[in-house]
Write a protein that binds this ligand. Structure first.
Ligand code: XMP
Length: 513
């Protein structure tokens, strides 16, 4: 196997840093995975990596319980790149010195390249801006290392041992605030590890098609389509692999966005030629939701009914043994770590109970979201699906405060469609994480024509975010808000007022329930 086919493994000393590094490596078309820092040298060797990258992490290698690396890893003679905390581990483990100089660096910092060495030979300037975030500093490089860069406060900002193929940088090449960071990473990947830029979405599809075929053989596979990106791309990929052995189940809860149900059927049945069972379940949902106003009750009711309907439907598909899930790589990395406090009981339409007797098929489990989108496009899915904004499993049910009734869903669907149309027309769709409408259970007085009105307000919610863990309210242009407001009031009966939610997360959540 050549280095071109072998992964570059990112050893995780701090999950956010590690994920970003792996993404950057993949952007250089080299396959990368994240491994925990508790991995042993033997386990690492068994993965046969082309090289390893030690990620950033906690502030200091000196604090009690600071994570380390199995020291036998150094005997594997693998190419190594240490970044920030990882660089300090290189220094400490190989006999250099890491000290508390009292001169930590945070943010944009000027770096002086003393000798291009290997990492700075990609045409980078001698003086460049880098992003720093460290408290301790490497004060002495280990024997045999050459110092290749420094900053005003830090004598060893980059060092290398060319013979041992070990490199270390105190700065973060993976962040956008280090403009030449990707070039530094690519020098390591191509020059030090000997990797070739062969990992593309086309190669991912080929690999996954082969893997799905090997896993399911001639078995029958089912997939719950939610209309969201992940289940859509997973279904399209599995269909490419096994064609008619796949049946998709689409439960139309009546709580989807305007036109969404039809679009799912249009895309999957007509264009992709996937066998699709559409279950019209709106009436059952409305019946079950009558009188329920408490958010968690609503979520639970919607989730349970979905499972019931899915079980009824999939039970009718003979011999179905496999279930497609749109699990993504961040979920895989994060599972196993302590679960964050439960703020809301999330019900993912793809998330089915554990006691269902299916073997899971998870063709996206090694991909990040942006890669899933690229695979979707490559598989011919339309932009409306590939670039669809996240949508909660319980659908509009959690955007209607108070009781969910067909009339109130209809009001919200129309208002929501206007919000999204206007965001798209303003060319802001891809800059905004989510933009939607919320229907509260209050009414207010207004005047339209000469008439007094007493009707619902609509709340517009639009946020920017990287990962939905935190979010900021989007600074939408006033003109855009004005267009949304007047269209909603003119076009949606039952609404006489529009408000804009200017709460970030925290303290608010993105959804209202
Ligand atoms: P919150 O409201 O907790 O939402 O800030 C964070 C992100 O998660 C989405 N969301 C859900 N996604 N099932 C899902 O698959 C759910 O039950 C669910 N509830 C919220 C929400 O739209 C936002 O992107």
């Amino acid at each position: 196997m050549s280095a071109a086919d072998r992964p570059v493994l990112v050893v995780d000393f701090g999950a956010q840093y590690a994920q970003l590094i792996a993404r950057r490596v993949r952007e250089a078309h080299v396959y990368s995975e994240i491994v925990p820092h508790t991995i042993t040298a033997a386990e690492l060797a068994a993965r046969d990596p082309a090289g390893i990258i030690l990620s950033g992490g906690p502030k200091s290698v000196h604090v009690d319980g600071a994570p380390g690396l199995d020291t036998d890893v150094w005997d594997l003679e693998l190419p190594v790149l240490g970044i920030c905390y990882g660089a300090q581990l290189v220094a400490r483990d190989l006999g250099g010195e890491v000290s508390r100089t009292g001169k930590g660096e945070y943010g944009r910092t000027d770096l002086e390249v003393l000798a291009p060495g290997v990492l700075f030979s990609g045409g980078q300037p001698t003086h460049q801006q880098v992003w720093m975030s460290h408290f301790d500093s490497i004060t002495t490089a280990p024997t045999g290392f050459t110092v290749t860069a420094s900053t005003t406060d830090v004598p060893v900002a980059a060092m290398e041992h060319v013979g041992r193929r070990i490199h270390a940088v105190q700065f973060h090449p993976e962040v956008v605030h280090t403009p030449h960071g990707q070039a530094v990473l690519e020098q390591f990947l191509y020059d030090v590890c000997g990797c070739a830029p062969t990992w593309t979405m086309g190669s991912v599809i080929d690999q996954q098609v082969a893997a799905v075929r090997a896993q399911v053989g001639t078995g029958r596979v089912i997939c719950a389509l939610s209309g969201g990106v992940d289940s859509a791309v997973a279904a399209a990929l599995v269909h490419k692999a096994i064609g008619p052995q796949l049946t998709c189940v689409f439960v139309d809860t009546g709580l989807m966005r305007q036109g969404e149900g039809d679009q799912v059927v249009e895309t999957f049945q007509r264009h992709q030629g996937i066998e699709l069972i559409q279950v019209h379940a709106a009436e059952r949902y409305f019946e079950r939701l009558a009188g329920i106003t408490e958010p968690e009750d609503k979520r639970k009711t919607i989730g349970e009914l979905f499972i019931r309907i899915f079980e009824e439907t999939s039970g009718g598909i003979e011999d179905a043994r496999f279930l497609v899930q749109g699990t993504l790589y961040p979920d895989v990395i994060e599972s196993g770590t302590s679960e964050a406090a439960r703020i809301k009981s999330h019900h993912n339409v793809g998330g089915l109970p554990e006691d269902m007797q299916f073997e899971l098929v998870e063709p996206l489990r090694l991909l990040f979201k942006d890669e899933v989108r690229a695979v979707g496009t490559e598989l011919g899915l339309p932009d409306e699906i590939v670039w669809r904004q996240p949508f909660p499993g319980p659908g509009l049910g959690v955007r209607i405060i108070g009781e969910v009734t067909p009339e109130r869903v209809a009001i919200l669907q129309r208002a929501d469609a206007i919000v999204r149309e206007e965001v798209r027309a303003a060319g802001l769709e891809r800059d905004i994480w989510q933009a939607f409408a919320v229907l509260p259970d209050i009414r207010s007085v207004g005047v339209m024509g000469d008439e007094r009105t007493y009707a619902y307000p609509i709340i517009i919610r639009a946020v920017t975010s990287e990962d939905a863990m935190t979010a900021d309210w989007a600074r939408l242009p006033y003109d855009l808000l004005e267009r949304m407001s007047s269209r909603i009031i003119n076009e949606v009966q039952g609404v006489n007022r529009v408000a804009y939610d200017i709460t970030s997360k925290p303290p608010g959540t993105i959804e209202w329930e």
